[in-house]
Write a protein that binds this ligand. Structure first.
Ligand code: S3P
Length: 434
């Protein structure tokens, strides 16, 4: 599907962003192994979280899922039952990696598979710690899915130091740790999003975090049971980022984003934009299972942000926003340089290559490095066609900056945006002035 984004004068009004995708996955998985019924509203409505819902149903969990409302009858830590077919995680790395941890603690064998993109992504990073904990995990020779996981029932507690700072890997090991014979620790070299820890703590698990250099040591005690959850999932910080950038780039915009999650491990995008000159007012309104919830009020400033360097230590906190930041770079005064971000090549697409290709297609000068990219400032995006390349974040990032392009921008293969944000085009029509 091609979607044509026309240039905009400004954005005004309010957009309710979808529920946070990372938090929604965790809510679905953890409510499934809680003791009792959880009723959650505002769940992310994209295809990725639907993959987690389908996976838990395949494992015997009763889930009523109606758009963004979900009722989950938790079966307790040991109540899942074997799926009669391979579990299809679709495009969702979070579903596959977190579920791998959960399945390592079950007394049966499961197979996890996914779409062509997911079958290319690295899974050794979760297989290795789970093997060390005593589960059996088979992958392809390249260390990719399908994964066949035979749980060990009771796992060995370990201390694990992931090579790559990854919330998915950390969460996988923490979920397996619920089934271990003692405290399990993940020692991460850099801080990654901590939604799993916050939700587990809110459900009564014993989980603790201590700072360790630039990273953290997170420890979980096994079981014995998780309590239910309720309420409304905070809005997605990464979905809000597209609006933050789109509205900022259009002088005169006035946009309200109510109910957005602003967990400190995800807030770097807002701090960065404000540092670079964006006008964003943050108003704390709520708290959900330990997650801060805010209203964001944005006033457009035009192509006036300074831009700057994204250094390696900033990468984990901005990981999903890096294509958007690179795309924004063209409209900044000093440009943007991102380094230490080789991990971007292992996402839904090779995001260094796909971001560079999309920007070049609009006439932007981009330097590509093995671990990042540099986009010179002072450039206006031209009219043209860009390929979302099977990657929702590429389509969404390019749509956001296309609002300030010289002419219409066609997003090819735009259907991929439904992985995280099916309602983006409709929401845009409700706030755009041309
Ligand atoms: C996610 C963690 C990040 C992020 C992904 C969602 C999560 O991946 O890129 O979109 O929900 O834990 P890594 O932790 O592997 O970097």
């Amino acid at each position: 599907m091609n979607w044509i984004v026309e240039p905009a004068r400004r954005l005004s009004g309010a957009v309710v962003v979808p529920g946070d995708k990372s938090i929604s996955h965790r809510a679905v998985l953890l409510a499934s192994i809680a003791d009792g019924e959880s009723v959650v509203t505002g769940l992310a409505d994209g295809e990725d979280v639907a993959s987690s819902v389908a996976a838990m149903r395949a494992l015997g969990v009763e889930v009523d899922h109606d758009g963004t409302d979900v009722r989950i009858l938790g079966r307790g830590l040991d109540g899942l039952r074997s799926a009669d077919q391979p579990i299809d995680c679709g495009n969702s790395g979070t579903t596959m990696r977190l579920l791998a941890g959960l399945l390592a603690g079950q007394g049966f064998t499961s197979t996890l598979t996914g779409d062509a993109s997911l079958l290319r992504r690295p899974m050794r990073r979760v297989a290795e710690p789970l093997l060390a904990m005593g589960a059996s995990v088979q992958s392809s020779r390249d260390g990719t899915a399908p994964l066949e996981i035979t749980g060990a029932g009771r796992l060995r507690a370990i201390t694990f130091r992931p090579e790559v700072a990854s919330a998915q890997v950390k969460s996988c090991v923490l979920l397996a740790g619920l089934y271990a014979d003692g405290p399990t620790t993940v020692a991460e070299s850099a801080i990654t999003r901590d939604h799993t820890e916050r939700l587990l703590a809110a459900m009564g698990a014993e989980v603790s975090t201590v700072a360790d250099g630039g990273g953290a040591r997170v420890t979980i005690e096994p079981g014995p049971r998780l309590g239910v959850i309720g309420g409304r999932v905070p809005g997605d910080t990464s979905a809000a980022a597209y609006w933050l950038v789109g509205a900022t780039l259009l002088e005169g915009s006035r946009l309200l984003l109510p109910g957005v999650g602003l967990n400190p491990t995800r807030a770097a995008i807002v701090d960065l934009l404000v540092d670079w000159g964006a006008d964003v007012v943050i108003e704390r309104v709520d708290d959900w299972c330990g997650e801060p919830v805010v209203n964001l009020r944005i006033r457009g400033v035009g192509a006036a942000l300074t831009g700057g360097a994204i250094d390696p230590d900033m990468v984990p906190g901005l990981i999903d926003e890096l294509p958007l930041i690179a795309a924004l770079g063209a409209s900044t005064t000093d440009g943007v340089e991102i380094r230490g971000a080789a991990e971007l090549r292992a996402k839904e697409s090779d995001r260094i290559a796909t971001t560079a290709a999309a920007l070049r297609a609009l006439g932007v000068d981009v330097d590509e490095y093995p671990d990042g990219l540099a986009v010179a400032g002072g450039q206006t995006l031209g009219s043209g066609s860009v390929d979302a390349a099977g990657d929702h974040r590429i389509g969404l990032a390019m749509a956001a900056v296309a609002l300030a392009a010289r002419g219409p921008v066609t997003i090819e293969n735009a259907e991929t945006m439904a992985v995280s944000y099916p309602g983006f085009a409709t929401a845009l029509e409700s706030v755009v002035e041309r």
